[in-house]
Every structure is written in C-alpha cells, then in structure tokens.
Ligand binder design. Structure first.
Ligand code: PEP
Length: 246
C-alpha cells in the first residue's frame, strides 16, 4: 500500500508574507492520510520549517556535488542540514532553462539520496514529442536515464509531468495517464524488481486543480500529485490534499 503524496512546487513564487498560506494550509489539513509537502524557493525553507506546521518542506533543485565552487547553487547536504525532507530534480523548467540532461538529473538524484533526502525525479514529454507519438519512448528514456541504481521506494518519488500540461490548464486524459503510469511501473519492475518498484510512488503533475484532483488521484498507479499553480493558495491546495487523502 503506497501512501499518497500531495507535493506543491512554488517555483520562483512566494515572499515571506506568503507563509501565511502555510499556516492556513496546516489548519485546513490537520487530519490527512497523505504526505503533504511544499517546495518553496530555497531561501524560504528555514522560515517555512520554523512554522512547525506539520508539512514536509522540500527544495526545488540541488547540485550534483555536496560542496565546492558552484556559485549560486545549493547542495543536497545543505538542504538536509536546514531540515528539508526532499528535493525536486529534473523538473522540465530546469531541463529547459538550464539544459539539464538525464545524466545530470541522475547525478542530482544520487546527491539527494546520499544526503538523506527524498529525490522527486520529474520526467515528461513535450507537446511535439506527444504529437509525434513518442510519449512512451521519451518516458522510458528519461526514466531509465534519470534514476540512479540505488533507487528505492523510501528514497525516490517519480513525477510524470507532461510538459505541455504544466501551467497551461491542459490536463492529460485519464486514459493517457493510466497508460504512462503503467508503463513506468513496468519499467521500474524490470529494473529494480517488483518489491522495490511496487513501493515507489508515481505522482502526476500538470494543471492539477481542486476540480480534477480526485479523478486523477483515483487512477491506478497514480499515488498523488506534484502541483504548481494550485499549491500557492491554501484554499486550492487543501482541496487537493483532501482528494489525495481519500
Ligand atoms: C509543476 O510545476 O510541476 C506543475 C505541475 O505546475 P502546474 O500544476 O501549475 O501545472
């Protein structure tokens, strides 16, 4: 039985004043049967943790090395040191904005898990790849290339996020989500064995909203969601958390 997860990605949004949303979220979600996480911009992590709101806090990226001459980057070791539980790696915006490759994402996932963080590894096809009928091929390449050999159910969560669905209001059809998640589960089984693979949580991401979360989270092999825009407001995200708790 996999525990569902509702993870919010604030991206480059949020100021200290927006921590009020976390306080509101905590009171709206005090009895949940799922893991609730927010990944704010890194400088907000300590203040978010200081609220002691009972919500897991994660980073949005980490460097593949644990320290060194990498100006502007954040290490997984530091994220762990300040109290983060997890870090997103390979988000499509980082793959696009910073030309991150599967090999780099894999190295970051390795750094995250070595530091004791959960790596939330993101994969997903672009609109052009989908239109060319290449979704499953892209998902297989990215999943294989981005996950380290040491992947376990405890240290890794996979997020399937079709790039064309992120921040666009377009959501993948349920039948497509089911097909991709089943393919991911099969790939994980082939590589890591059924026992490990069946414990790894597979999140869907891409315009998850209060109005569609329940349907998406009820699909087979969908273990919750990675949520961007709708995680910024407690009213929206608490409804998504409630859908993941059913
Ligand atoms: C995301 O940032 O991972 C995401 C899925 O964004 P949105 O929910 O806004 O589509």
């Amino acid at each position: 039985m996999r525990r569902k997860m509702a993870a919010g990605n604030w991206k480059m949004n949020g100021l200290r004043a927006d921590l009020a949303e976390i306080t509101a979220l905590a009171s709206a979600t005090s009895t949940t049967a799922c893991d609730v996480m927010i990944c704010p911009p890194a400088p907000l992590i300590p203040a978010m943790l200081a609220l002691e709101a009972g919500i897991m806090v994660g980073g949005q990226d980490c460097h593949a090395e644990q320290s060194g001459a990498h100006t502007g980057d954040v290490s997984a070791t530091l994220l762990k040191d300040i109290g983060a539980s997890a870090v997103i790696v390979g988000h499509s915006e980082r793959r696009a904005d910073h030309a991150e490759t599967d090999a780099e994402v894999r190295a970051k996932a390795e750094a995250a898990t070595s530091a004791g963080l959960i790596a939330i590894v993101c994969i997903g096809e672009t609109e052009a790849e989908r239109d060319a009928g290449d979704t499953l091929k892209v998902v297989e390449t990215q999943l294989t290339g981005s996950l380290p050999d040491g992947t376990t159910a405890a240290n890794t969560v996979v997020a399937y996020e079709p790039v064309w669905a992120i921040g666009t209001g377009k959501t993948a059809q349920s039948s497509d989500i089911v097909e991709v998640h089943a393919a991911m589960r099969a790939l994980l089984r082939a590589r890591f064995g059924a026992e490990v693979a069946d414990g790894i949580r597979l999140l869907y991401g891409g315009s998850v909203k209060p109005g569609n979360a329940e349907e998406i989270f009820s699909l087979p092999d969908v273990d919750g969601g990675l949520v961007g825009g709708a995680s910024l407001k407690a009213a929206d995200f608490s409804a998504i958390v409630a859908a993941a708790s059913r």
